[in-house]
Design a protein around this ligand. Structure first.
Ligand code: 6MZ
Length: 347
């Protein structure tokens, strides 16, 4: 039965809306990168958190630094992006919004512009190769890098949004939530919103960020990443929940990431249930499928098991996720049609 259920979740057409490029690099791609750069002496246990293992969120951020060492040329970015897109397609993801923080690397000559350009190239190549997946991109602002970089990133995102005919759809705010205050980044985020970029903001990923969340929710963002500590039961507040509900802002929820990063104690205690019971829009996502050793099918399966949801319920969840994508209505309509064609048999 478990095997059949597994097949159901693999066959289920899915939308992935919260995937950080460098956190999504698989074991096999990491191996190819290690072969390219043996002098770095990086081992697999430095780039992934296996099942049964847990790390503090701070340790998770150390892992990204190791991966960044391995991915530091345009050639690497191209390979990594194509591999990640292919792997999502193999997992039954039909629409993917990838996000990544543009980086410059003096040694290899990679610039922030060429970084984004290379990801666009990877998306185009995957399309030309006939992969059955629509891909869009969010340019990420790492909160650690401060106001000036945030502003510069917004400008780059706007430039690419205009130049790529809708491949760049939005801006992400991410990075170590314990560093800096969102207040300082408000002008940059507001500017992004004003120029037509959709906003997905990591919010209340750790406790005691209520004040920052309130400020950021006032923009308001188009989607929320995690939102782990928004609700009153975990130290958030009813007024934050009301703000989210009033603007009907969907949440991107990443179960394994939160459990392995120890911001949530167990799968059954995940805040997925809080929002699901309220019938508030949310979307199950992977966050960093490489680092957390998961994939989207598995995340759907885990959520179903943790909350005793049926395959019919999970079909409904995946269908409703289409409402939350940043691409325009014509794409949403197209995806809904495909979902009905691809609906798998229930086991
Ligand atoms: C906040 C996260 C994250 O951008 O180099 N990132 N930010 N919370 C999380 N929860 C675990 N997981 C990943 O991908 C890696 C970067 O994504 C952000 C961090 O800024 C990390 O450095 P890119 O492709």
């Amino acid at each position: 039965m478990e095997k059949e259920a597994d097949l159901f979740y693999r066959q289920l057409p899915k939308v992935e809306l919260h995937a950080h490029l460098n956190g999504s690099v698989s074991f096999s791609t990491i191996q190819k990168l290690m072969d390219r750069k043996p002098h770095l002496n990086i081992q697999h246990n430095m780039t992934a958190i296996r099942n049964g293992q847990k790390r503090t969120l701070d340790e998770c951020f150390q892992v990204f630094k190791v991966i960044h060492q391995l991915v530091d040329t345009e050639e690497d970015i191209l390979m990594v992006s194509k591999d990640v897109i292919r792997e999502f397609a193999d997992d039954g993801v039909k629409y993917l919004e990838l996000r990544s923080t543009p980086r410059e690397e003096k040694n290899s000559g990679m610039t922030k512009r060429s970084y984004i350009h290379t990801i666009m190239e990877a998306i185009r190549q995957c399309k030309n190769e006939g992969l059955d997946i629509e891909v869009r991109f969010l340019v990420a602002v790492d909160r650690r890098n401060g106001v000036e970089v945030a502003m510069e990133t917004v400008k780059l995102a706007e430039e690419f949004m205009l130049a790529t005919d809708g491949l760049v759809v939005g801006l992400d705010l991410s990075g170590d939530p314990t560093v800096s205050h969102g207040r300082d980044l408000l002008p940059a985020l507001q500017k992004a919103k004003n120029c037509g970029l959709k906003l997905s903001l990591h919010l209340s990923e750790v406790p005691s960020q209520g004040e920052e969340s309130e400020l950021l929710l006032n923009i308001p963002p188009d989607r929320i990443g995690h939102g782990t500590f928004l609700h009153p039961e975990v130290g958030g507040s009813q007024s934050l929940v009301d703000q989210v509900r009033k603007n009907n802002i969907p949440l991107e929820l990443c179960l394994t990431s939160n459990v392995k990063g120890q911001t949530v104690a167990s799968y059954s205690e995940h805040h997925f249930l809080y929002w699901y019971q309220m019938e508030h829009p949310s979307v199950i996502c992977t966050d960093d499928k490489g680092v957390f050793c998961t994939d989207l099918s598995q995340e759907y399966h885990l959520a179903a098991s943790a909350f005793s949801l049926t395959q019919e319920d999970m079909w409904g969840h995946s269908f409703k996720a289409i409402d939350c994508i940043f691409a325009p209505d014509s794409i949403k309509q197209h995806l809904r049609q495909r979902w009905l064609e691809l609906r798998p048999a229930l086991f």
